[in-house]
Design a protein. Structure first.
Length: 210
């Protein structure tokens, strides 16, 4: 049985669905962020030192979010502009220390979890089918090397089945969660089906149909 499920992006759909299925709302570092698998790997390899360095955050997507140039992570929820206004460099500078403090805390939580006896299922939603088996194998190897006593598996969820699944190493699982157009939260039934075979924490009444 897995004690904890930890999302590794790509974006808000993964956080929403893992919280819905497990009923656990304890925050983890990559929750509610917009980032690809390369950014996840680089952030773990850097022990989070590449994220939110001073002077590297800028308004992005016409001020809808903040892009951190050091990590290529997009922050849609942590920097706040007045209602109806875009994020600006001045707003980012004013709020930077508070946001940085939050993510320092979440990085410490990650380190504590990887040093604990908990068995963890890491879930990466490959929202645009960008990655291949070598990319997932590289992340798995990085986690195994960086945290040798850590008990974990990695679940790779794509929109369509991977063509190179046979090349995945032990400890890397895969499934599919097709796009639900117009619904940022994703397809509840597809997530239920993808997670059903796994022994994870579940919210009371959560659907476990395969």
């Amino acid at each position: 049985m897995y004690d904890v499920c930890v999302g590794l992006g790509y974006h808000c759909e993964s956080t929403y669905q893992l919280r819905r299925v497990t009923g656990v709302e304890r925050a983890h570092f990559f929750d509610w962020l917009d980032l690809d698998l390369v950014a996840v790997r680089e952030t773990v390899a850097a022990d989070f030192a590449n994220v939110l360095r001073p002077g590297l955050c800028e308004p992005f997507s016409d001020g809808a979010c903040v892009r951190d140039r050091g990590s290529n992570i997009r922050f849609f929820h942590d920097f706040r502009a007045p209602e109806g206004a875009p994020l600006t460099s001045a707003i980012i500078a004013e709020q930077f220390d508070a946001v940085r403090s939050k993510f320092d805390h979440l990085a410490a939580r990650w380190r504590a979890l990887t040093a604990s006896r908990s068995r963890v299922l890491y879930v990466h939603q490959d929202a645009f089918d960008e990655s291949g088996a070598p990319d997932l194998a590289a992340l798995h190897s990085l986690l195994r090397t960086r945290y040798p006593a850590h008990d974990f598996d990695l679940l790779w969820l794509r929109r369509t089945p991977p063509t190179d699944a046979a090349a995945l190493p032990p400890g890397v699982l895969w499934g599919t969660v097709p796009l639900d157009p117009g619904r940022w939260e994703g397809d509840d039934a597809a997530w239920d089906a993808a997670l059903a075979p796994l022994d994870i924490p579940r919210a009371p009444g959560a659907d476990r149909r395969a």
